[in-house]
Design a protein around this ligand. Structure first.
Ligand code: AMP
Length: 283
């Protein structure tokens, strides 16, 4: 396991691996690693000879300076977790912001089509351009065979697939299932900012998705959405940002369910100042 901070050192390590015909898996993260991240790394380790993990809190994907500021950062702790779980063949790339962006912290503008304007794209200004900008830099630098992303950020997963198509990269994007606590809370670095009481309450997101899945096909889409919106209105500790039932491919909001389509429910809510997201396949 090697901790690397500079692009040049990473390049020379990767050149050696390539010379030895090693396949390279890549797992981008913003650190504060938890079981969700580790599940992606496990997948990469089982699919590829070597795995690169980036730990980089990407400034251009945050529209809220306070959220960026409060994002948990602890690379030493992340390394400890990785060493406990994995043995060899991991390259940990933890660059500074200047190493990646130079002096110009600017997001490139991409055309991801309709999917970029919905949900996370509508709620967070320029978010997906920031994600696209940093991933273009990392994909170009690392040139991995496969890259691993969580369905926890399902819309991001679709955006990344679109980015790879736009840039015409020889890279396979592998989606991995949402990792949850025993009770169902989707694991997230932001959960660290919740009090124990808020952590219990945050289960409302999971319960809402689960209820929607159980009642999918029994009630209309409008009835499902209204019920969840009402639940959140009557809960003083939450502010619902969005709850949507959408086509899993296009993310178009759904009014009538069709037999041959896949649907997912998506939720984003503030509990106190912390914004949580989750989603679930309905069929
Ligand atoms: P982040 O550090 O939040 O940017 O996440 C890095 C990667 O881990 C992204 O591909 C996320 O979708 C994924 N991820 C985060 N939380 C989870 C989770 N609970 N289950 C599965 N993947 C996750």
């Amino acid at each position: 396991m090697l901790l690397i901070h500079s692009k040049n050192e990473l390049k020379s390590e990767l050149n050696q691996l390539r010379e030895n015909n090693q396949t390279i898996g890549y797992v981008p993260t913003m650190g504060a690693l938890h079981e969700g991240h580790l599940s992606l790394i496990e997948k990469s380790v089982s699919n590829c000879n070597s795995t690169v993990i980036s730990i980089f809190v990407n400034p251009t994907q945050f529209d809220n300076p306070e959220d960026l500021d409060k994002y948990p950062r602890n690379v030493a702790n992340d390394l400890k977790k990785l060493k406990e779980r994995f043995s060899d063949n991991l390259l940990i790339f933890a660059p500074s912001s200047t190493e990646i962006y130079g002096e110009e912290l600017q997001a490139e503008q991409f055309d991801f089509g309709e999917i970029e304007n919905k949900m996370e794209g509508a709620s967070r200004d320029d978010h997906f351009n920031g994600v696209g900008t940093v991933l273009k830099k990392f994909f170009t630098l690392i040139n991995p065979d496969q890259a691993f992303f969580g369905e926890k950020d399902y819309q991001q997963l679709l955006i990344v697939k679109k980015l790879v198509e736009i840039l015409n990269l020889p890279l396979q994007i592998v989606g991995c299932p949402v990792s949850r606590t025993k009770k169902g809370l989707a694991r997230s670095s932001r959960n660290k900012r919740l009090t124990p009481q808020q952590k219990k309450e945050a289960l409302l997101l999971y319960k809402s998705l689960k209820w929607t899945k159980i009642n999918f096909g029994v009630k209309t889409a409008a009835a499902l959405v209204n019920k969840i919106k009402q639940d959140f209105k009557s809960h003083p500790d939450f502010t619902l940002d969005y709850f949507e039932i959408a086509d899993a491919e296009t993310l178009e909001s759904v009014t009538n369910f069709k037999d041959n389509k896949k649907y997912r429910a998506f939720i984003a809510a503030f509990i106190g100042e912390v914004r949580l997201i989750d989603n679930m396949a309905l069929n």
